[in-house]
Structures are given as C-alpha cells and as structure tokens.
Design a protein around this ligand. Sequence first.
Ligand code: DOR
Ligand code: ZN
Length: 344
Amino acid sequence: MDSITIKRPDDWHLHIRDGKMMEAVLPYTASVFGRAIIMPNLTPPVITAQDAVEYHERIMAALPKDTQFKPLMTAYLTDNTDPDDIAKGFQENAFVAVKLYPAHATTNSAHGVSDITKVDAVVKRMSEIGMPLLIHGEVTRSEVDIYDREAVFIQETLMPLKEKYPDLKVVLEHITTSEAVDFVKAADDTVAATITPQHIIINRSDMFRGGIRPHLYCLPIAKREKHRLAVREAAVSGHKSFFLGTDSAPHPIGAKESSCGCAGIFNVPAAIETYLEVFEEERKIENFEAFASLNGPAFYEMPVNEDSITIVKQDWNMENEIVIDETTSLHPFKGGKTVTWKVQ
Ligand code: DOR
Ligand code: ZN
C-alpha cells in the first residue's frame, strides 16, 4: 500500500498551551485534524465557562486563516467547581467535557481534585445531562509506585465511580496498561479510552536506553513491554471504544533537559504518521480510519468530518529541534529519526 485516504481525523486529547507557544504548535494540529479536545491545564487553569470562552477566542485568533479546525473546550475540575456553571457551559457549547486531574498527578494539576467525593455534585449533574468526564487516571499517594498508579486508580476510584453513576460518560485518557484495556473492553459504551502514539511505541526501558531520555518522559509514564503490547493491540483492533488522542504536550527543551524535567511529549509534528506506522506494522491498516476518524465522533455524538486526508508512503526526516523564539525550542517525538508516511 503506498497511500491511504481517510475521513479527516480528530485529536481527542491535546495540549496547546497559550500565547507564543500556542501560535507555534497550533498549525501542526490544524493542518491535519478537524477538531481537537483542548486540555484546560493552563496557569491559571480554564475552570469556568467564561474562562473557556476567552481561551477559545485566543485560539481562534491564533489559528492560520485557511483552516476549518475547530477547538473543543474542556473545564478543569476543582474541589470548588460549580455544577450550575458546568451544566450551563455545556448547554451553551462553551465546553464539551470536564477534565478530572487528581491534584498533583501531573503538569499544572495543583488545582485538581483532592478527593473524588468533593466533586460528587458536579459528577452527578454531568451524568444527568450526558456530559463526558475525561479522566487522568492515576492515584497520587506517594507510597503507590509510579508504575502502578493507573491500575490502582481504576480499582480504587474509577470502578466505584462507574458503579455509582452507571450512565456517566467517561473517557479514560492516555491509557498505558493492560488493566485499563481490560476495564474499557468490559464496560458498556459509556466508557472509552484515548491512546497516544508514544504509549504504543515505547516501553519503560526505552526511557533509559543508553542513558536517561527526558523527551520520552510523560505521565502516565510508559510501562512494561506487556502493557505496551496490550494497549497497541487495543488501538489497532478497531474496537469502537478506543480512539486517537495524542496528548501532545510541548515543554521547552530546557524544561525537559533539567535536574527535574517536566512530563510531556510533543508529538503532533508526525502524530498521524507515527500512528499509521503502527497500524502498518501490525497489518491492521483497515482499522486505521475507525481509530483516527470514526470512533471518537461516535462516542462524543458528533458528526464525522466531511472531508478527507491522504497519507502517502514517503520517507522524511523529523527535525531535532523546532524553534519557537530566541529562547525557546521544542524537541518533537521522533526528532532526528526517519518517518515513513507523510500527509499530503
Ligand atoms: O505528560 C504529561 N504532560 N501528562 C499530562 O497529563 C499533562 C501533560 C502536560 O500538560 O504537560
Ligand atoms: Zn494530557
């Protein structure tokens, strides 16, 4: 196969930040994807409907003129989030979903939820109105090993939550474990998961191959090989509950290559191509369109994009460094490597 045409894909989990960084990274997404779920973990976070409306305006102003790209906004859940503001924001299309960060789980999550019981009224309302809850599924207690945090979260928090609110629509974001795959497969169609390119390509040993590799560090952290294989199998399976979410999360090179480097992998410059490489390696190209373009809209009850993109078999070299301004550069996923597909 030397080219593939699919309905325009969407990215159901994306960080674009704000200001100059946003201006620099947004064109990579807008040139390929029709829509993206925009993560709200700015400083300060996007908490209210009004915050989301203002962030949406900044994104629209930063977009290249010739694009139809549509940002889909989310609310950052805090212990003090007002259920009425969330419901009103959802009804008025200020946001399409709420993001749950357990407090201190990841980048800019200090304002996140300290205990799931604190947000019970919001979750109850979301369940009633059919608003999806997007979950960073990791416990944060320091005694829980970092490699176990997702599996423990599913047991301790997610299963009881879904038992209490069976109708609540949930997306378990950026899954990394066989436990997450099993949970999603066993659930009904109120539950789905996004899968990043890195979690189906690297395992935890790759972070330390030949030395420490800060640009492969993200959260949830890459797990053992058996987990990579389980998540990879789920991604290419065509199963309707698994869809594309890059979790592209740009951090300046200096913030990654540091004595305490930030979590996040900037993968959008070759996201669709690197996913496609995996489907090709697994001989499942026939399921690629479902994963990239169909399953997400079905879950979110949105129409599939009308137009299409074509990706051709063509080698090109991903640059090592993408310059944002005089002081800031990014190292993209696959930087310095050959990518074997290219969006036309
Ligand atoms: O690695 C990550 N980076 N995981 C997250 O959950 C957040 C993200 C970021 O915002 O940098
Ligand atoms: Zn994320």
